[in-house]
Design a binder for this molecule. Structure first.
Ligand SMILES: [Zn+2]
Length: 354
């Protein structure tokens, strides 16, 4: 296995639509590397520890080495790769091309990731994107918002990751923070909840899995009758609590159902502002907290509640044709989208057609 902890070849590289691209996704613990063809299909994918804790340069050298190994195992060479995209849980300053200080890896601040990855891999075209933007692009390219003109993605995890794609382009912003609408204000009151960014009243403080877990614990502790009381243990991680809220709602528990509907109401408020700002054709909900997802009783109830908020709060008729749905690509989205955004960049410089 070499440096890989997981690897899979989906189909022979001879069957892939050329040219090929590379998508790299720096996630919670691992770096995912995908060889992606021109139609957005994953030819092969590999997983290796990201080694971010060793510092940016050691991690980037490791990424380049792992890519070399991935290409060999896929049966292809660097010369068949037109561009590579790198997605990361942070932002890049578009002027200096250096990473802004990431909350979890402060020593990555100022690292010129694009130049270094290009140097260590030997690839001329390397692009950087935020993980959520890359995931949004993947859904737009080959996922749940394929064929739309504009699409927004909200990833409900410990925080809220967001990405906006308009006519095939991600919104990066002047400082690399474009599309960070998880931090829009939905509660201006002095007692508003605190967000992970240490400001009050942001959407993330009400709709992330951390927020759901916190609200759940509070409501259970004050003695609301609920089946959750016997299910939640002190050992539970936040995702465990969020999952249990879904499970108990699915079993008909009133408090659990109330918590989910409340989450949908706050999310609806955020999405209303998004509609007034972008007027997107599609809004997708993804991440680890999807409440059973599409077609499930609770998932459908969640989307219906968001729609109700839109109907009451948005300019009349604005949400009528909105496609509101769950994301389709799951944990592979950022890897595929990173390759897709690299392909866009390469196309802009006429390296490839289309
Ligand atoms: Zn915030």
């Amino acid at each position: 296995m070499g440096t890989m902890v997981e690897e899979k070849i989906y189909f022979p590289v001879s069957d892939a639509a050329k040219p090929l691209f590379v998508g790299m996704n720096f996630g919670g613990t691992y770096l995912k590397i995908g060889i992606i063809d021109s139609e957005g299909r994953t030819v092969s994918f590999f997983v290796t520890p990201h080694h971010g804790e060793l510092g940016p340069d050691a991690a980037t050298k490791h990424a380049a080495q792992a890519l070399k190994e991935a290409l060999e195992k896929t049966g292809t060479t660097l010369s068949s790769i037109v561009a590579a995209g790198y997605s990361f849980p942070g932002a890049l300053d578009p002027k200096t091309e250096q990473i802004h200080r990431p909350p979890n890896f402060p020593d990555w601040a100022g690292y010129p990731i694009v130049a270094k990855l290009s140097e260590y891999t030997g690839l001329k075209t390397v692009t950087f994107s935020n993980n959520a933007n890359a995931a949004a692009y993947a859904e737009y390219w080959v996922g749940a918002s394929k064929g739309t003109q504009s699409s927004c993605l909200l990833l409900l995890d410990t925080g809220i990751g967001c990405g906006i794609i308009v006519e095939g382009r991600e919104i990066r912003g002047a400082n690399g923070f474009g599309g960070e609408f998880g931090h829009m204000v939905v509660d201006p009151s002095p007692g508003a909840r605190w967000c992970g960014c240490l400001r009050q009243g942001h959407l993330e403080a009400y709709c992330s899995s951390l927020a759901v877990a916190r609200r759940t614990k509070e409501l259970v502790e004050v003695g609301h009758p609920t089946s959750l009381k016997d299910k939640i243990t002190p050992q539970d991680e936040l995702f465990d609590i969020a999952r249990k809220v879904y499970e108990e709602a699915d079993n008909g528990d009133n408090l659990a159902t109330h918590i989910i509907l409340d989450t949908a109401r706050f999310l609806g408020l955020g999405i209303v502002t998004l509609l007034h700002t972008i007027d997107p054709e599609c809004v997708l909900i993804g991440g680890e907290m999807m409440f059973g997802g599409k077609g499930s009783k609770i998932g459908d109830m969640f989307l219906a509640q968001i729609r109700e908020v839109i109907e009451h709060r948005a300019i009349r008729g604005l949400g009528q044709h909105l496609k509101l749905d769950f994301a389709a690509l799951g944990p592979f989205a950022s890897m595929i989208g990173a390759a897709g955004l690299a392909r866009e960049e390469a196309a802009m410089f006429s390296v490839v057609e289309g």
